[in-house]
Write a protein that binds this ligand. Structure first.
Ligand code: ATP
Length: 426
């Protein structure tokens, strides 16, 4: 198989923004001893990938995950803070209003942007009518761009890019604002770019558009590449994540975002070196995709509520444990447990323990006896074959008088199967 030409190579690319609100903060930061320095925010935290001619790469991720920042570096609009972004070819970025001069007319913007993308005046004159026709802006083409809706700006940007013949085309959410007919026309045109061997980066929050356009997907997550692979592998993982993420309560979502944003603030290039050292140690190309999937799951599981299966399992374990402890405390035989399983719960032993605890000091010594007062509790006891009231009294540590009082017995005769109410000392 012929290897396709590498058009974009990102090697540990980072982008840091400083969050200084005032100019004076920046001046202070020059003299570090004066303040804490400028707070940093790492919108991109050391990403690496290669893009090839003829590839359409979808870039997905929640708001603020770093898609636009990354693609602005691909387009050459901004430079990485560290790492290398190698671009082999001319680029054209279509984002809503990107690179437009609002006070100039649509026509003047076409000329300006086309010149910036390397077209000659003659080429621009030849293509001007086609660009205007593609943009569907009609007479509005001679109005200032500041009067355009976002859909109109997107149409203009798309039309310029269609005719700019760049090798690398970046479409950053530009198709999310146009009307459906224009969007479909633009998507058809973009597919033709692909056949012409261009590299296309495509950002969209629409899964349907992504499936129609992209064959490979990069999932950005708070400045990192969470997954990079065939659309059939990455999209289901991303959608699975979104489903869980959207089920978070408002507080859970805020806490989740804060955790990742804090990591973006405290990130350093030393972290990146350490991560890279670890990655090299673990590197095994055949396992790479599997590991990405595991990471994606681990991070989701880590942040979601406990699963239902786990919850049910825990509840069953707790009930069993309490039941078994209770069985021991109540001296119930297994036959008795099988015959009256509910007694494990209804004859709840802690009340009995409390009773024992009150009768004896903490060291086990007998307390001076006070006149006992009994209250009737819900605890019951089923008389077994051959048992006497005295035996039951001994077994339950409740006096014969108290049991008789609670059950309004006139004598001490009990019969097997008789259910006795067990009083608890107050
Ligand atoms: N100039 C800047 N100064 C400070 N922070 C910035 C700057 N530009 C972007 N950011 C921050 O970098 C992060 C990434 O922003 P970016 O626009 O790349 O995200 P995105 O994935 O494209 O989001 P969206 O889907 O909302 O367009 C965000 O948290 C954003 O607030």
């Amino acid at each position: 198989m012929v290897e396709k030409k590498v058009t974009v190579a990102a090697n540990h690319v980072t982008k840091r923004f400083d969050l200084a609100e005032r100019q004076s903060d920046k001046v202070k930061a020059v003299f570090k001893f004066w303040g804490k320095g400028i707070p940093n925010f790492w919108a991109v935290k050391g990403v690496s990938f290669e893009a090839h001619a003829g590839e359409t790469i979808g870039v997905i991720g929640t708001n603020g995950s770093g898609k636009s920042t990354l693609l602005e570096m691909v387009a050459g609009l901004t430079q990485p803070t560290s790492g290398q972004m190698t671009i082999n070819g001319s680029t054209s970025i279509i984002a809503i209003g990107a690179g437009m001069r609002p006070q100039l007319t649509g026509r003047a913007n076409i000329r300006l942007k086309a010149l910036m993308q390397g077209m000659t005046e003659k080429e621009i004159d030849e293509k001007m009518d086609d660009i205007i026709e593609f943009s569907e802006l009609g007479d509005f083409i001679d109005q200032p761009v500041k009067s355009y809706s976002s859909g109109m700006k997107s149409k203009l940007g798309f039309a310029i890019s269609v005719y700019s013949d760049a090798d690398i085309v970046i479409i950053d959410e530009a198709l999310s604002v146009g009307d459906p007919t224009f969007t479909q026309k633009s998507m058809e045109r973009t597919k033709r770019f692909k056949e012409e061997g261009k590299t296309i980066f495509f950002v969209s929050h629409s899964a349907a558009q992504m499936r129609q356009m992209a064959d490979r997907v990069i999932w950005m997550h708070y400045g990192d590449i969470r997954m990079d692979g065939p659309i059939d592998e990455v999209m289901p993982e991303y959608e699975h994540f979104l489903k869980r993420f959207n089920r978070f309560s408002e507080n859970e979502r805020l806490a989740y975002q804060k955790r990742y944003k804090d990591a973006q603030k405290s990130f350093t290039l030393e972290h990146l070196k350490q991560i890279e050292r670890n990655r090299q140690l673990l590197d095994d190309p055949t396992m790479a995709m599997q590991r990405q999937k595991e990471n994606a799951h681990a991070f989701i599981e880590d942040n979601e509520k406990m699963g239902w299966v786990t919850r049910i399992f825990l509840v069953v374990m707790i009930v069993l444990t309490v039941g078994l402890i209770n069985k021991q405390l109540l001296n119930m035989s297994w036959a008795n447990v099988m015959a009256h399983p509910t007694h494990l719960v209804t004859n709840f032993a802690p009340s009995k323990l409390a009773q024992l605890d009150r009768r004896h000091g903490r060291d086990g010594s007998a307390r001076p006896q006070e006149a006992p007062v009994y209250k009737v509790a819900q605890n019951t006891y089923t008389v077994q074959d051959g048992e006497t009231l005295a035996g039951i009294s001994q077994k339950t540590n409740i006096s014969v008088e108290a049991i008789m009082q609670a059950n309004q017995l006139t004598d001490q005769v009990v019969t097997p199967g008789q259910v006795l109410t067990l009083p608890v000392e107050r």
